[in-house]
Design a protein around this ligand. Structure first.
Ligand SMILES: *[C@@H]1O[C@H](CO)[C@@H](O)[C@H](O)[C@H]1NC(C)=O
Ligand SMILES: *[C@@H]1O[C@H](CO)[C@@H](O)[C@H](O)[C@H]1NC(C)=O
Ligand SMILES: *[C@@H]1O[C@H](CO)[C@@H](O)[C@H](O)[C@H]1NC(C)=O
Ligand SMILES: *[C@@H]1O[C@H](CO)[C@@H](O)[C@H](O)[C@H]1NC(C)=O
Length: 253
């Protein structure tokens, strides 16, 4: 019904005390109507961080076309959904034109799935956060389609917290050689094996994660080889799970 991203044609006035000498952040930057931008990065860089607030992403009343976001200088994009009642849906190739994007943050959008080609083209991305808060709305959980993260070769931080996820595909993180920080807190993992980090013949690759946050899940038992694919693991956070043994609870306290 309503096109969420109408191009804002007003001329953006940049105030810069130093005048022409300093390349102003965001000079000539045109943000879609639902978005606000701020300068990102160091003084003198023209990088822009964009925050867009939409009702839903491709929900029943909205069609969301991210192609209206200009690729030049957009290094960071935050998308926040306002409507918690209606589902959102991420389309394939949603962001493929945003070649300079380093950080993508999608929050409060009631997504059921990250489709195979959702993140195609995001070759420079280092930080990805998708927090649906699905657990606040009951039955829905996020399904990350196998292969959907593979284009993100430079990804260093992945935050999939608050998605009500019961399981991950074992090979999901195999193709990510630079991934160091993984946040899976506030999900619905009840067995270590469901995390997909046991090195078996289905996961022939090492996972490079060094810091794993599993706070607030439903884990009860730590199995012997449950984390064996995580050969570089340095910190594991397990607070607020359901370990019955007082010994482990003391250890985590
Ligand atoms: C989004 O907009 C672009 C350019 O205006 C157009 O080529 C593309 O088909 C649109 N995508 C969708 C899903 O509407
Ligand atoms: C995304 O693309 C894959 C492969 O081309 C296709 O199987 C899938 O149905 C698509 N998903 C969406 C949400 O369009
Ligand atoms: C990625 O996240 C880390 C930690 O939150 C932050 O320090 C860093 O600046 C982020 N990088 C980008 C490109 O946004
Ligand atoms: C992981 O995500 C949770 C909830 O979204 C957040 O509170 C926590 O600080 C994150 N953990 C790390 C290590 O960044």
């Amino acid at each position: 019904m309503v096109a969420m991203f109408r191009v804002w044609l007003a001329v953006l006035v940049i105030s810069s005390a130093a005048g022409a000498a300093v390349p102003s952040p965001g000079r000539g930057y045109v943000a879609p109507e639902d978005c606000e931008w701020t300068a990102a990065g160091s003084l003198g860089s023209s990088s822009v961080a964009l925050t867009c607030t939409v009702r839903t992403i491709n929900g029943v009343f909205d069609s969301t076309n991210f192609s209206l976001i200009q690729p030049q200088n957009t290094v960071s994009l935050k998308v926040k959904c306002e409507n918690v009642l209606f589902e959102s849906a991420l389309a394939n190739n949603s962001f493929h034109h945003l070649k300079e994007l380093r950080s993508l943050h999608v929050e409060y959008c009631k997504l059921k799935e990250i489709p195979l080609k959702a993140f195609w083209g995001l070759n420079e991305l280092t930080n990805l956060t998708v927090r649906t808060y699905n657990s606040d709305w009951g039955e829905i959980f996020l399904k990350v389609i196998p292969g959907s993260l593979s284009p993100l070769q430079k990804l260093a931080r992945l935050d999939l917290s608050r998605n009500n996820m019961p399981a991950l595909t074992p090979s999901l993180l195999c193709a990510l050689p630079n991934l160091q920080h993984l946040n899976l807190s506030h999900n619905d993992f009840s067995e270590v094996v469901n995390l997909g980090f046991a090195a078996t013949n289905r996961t022939p690759c090492p996972v490079h994660v060094q810091h794993l946050d599993l706070t607030t899940n439903r884990l009860k038992v730590l199995t012997d080889h449950g984390f064996s694919a995580l050969r570089h693991l340095r910190t594991l956070t397990l607070r607020s799970n359901r370990f019955p043994e007082p010994r482990i609870r003391r250890c985590l306290a």
